[in-house]
Ligand binder design. Structure first.
Ligand code: ZN
Length: 153
């Protein structure tokens, strides 16, 4: 029998075990560091932009399974998207993991739906959103700085 929970569990385990785009990007256009003191998750997100289009995203760091899987899924989701689209996905994702009543629309959230379960565990929400907050910082708070830090506390 098809069980959505098992599938989701599998996606998280897989992305934690072999995270996608897990590497330092030497020639990144922008990067930002994120830290979730509640859990100890720490990551750096690297971005390459061509105008408004995200042509490459990678990350490195260490953290719990949720934070690593979430960052891995995020990078897969964002490559080729515009900054505006990325922000929209962040909004949808944020609602998905924080709003217990929001519907899980698979056609909208795709694999990111694997993280919807954290909505039942408020303490883990920051693990799932750390990479996105870090991305957001990278996109908005740079102003020529090549380094930015975000803490989700
Ligand atoms: Zn964590």
């Amino acid at each position: 029998m098809f069980d959505l929970k098992d599938l989701y569990q599998e996606i998280i385990v897989d992305h934690n075990r072999s995270p996608r785009n897990f590497r330092k990007m030497e020639d990144a256009d922008i990067k930002a560091e994120g830290y979730n003191p509640l859990c100890g998750d720490k990551l750096t997100v690297y971005l390459k932009l061509d105008g408004d289009v995200i042509t490459d995203v990678s990350f490195e760091g260490e953290g719990c399974a949720i934070s690593v899987a979430s960052a891995s899924l995020m990078t897969e989701e964002l490559i080729g998207k515009t900054v505006e689209e990325a922000e929209k996905i962040f909004g949808t994702f944020h609602e998905l993991v924080t709003d217990r009543d929001s519907p899980i629309e698979l056609d909208k959230v795709g694999k990111l739906g694997a993280l919807a379960g954290v909505r039942e565990f408020p303490a883990r929400v920051k693990c799932a959103t750390l990479c996105w907050h870090t991305l957001n910082t990278a996109l908005h708070d740079q102003d020529g700085k090549e380094h930015a830090t975000v803490s989700t506390e």
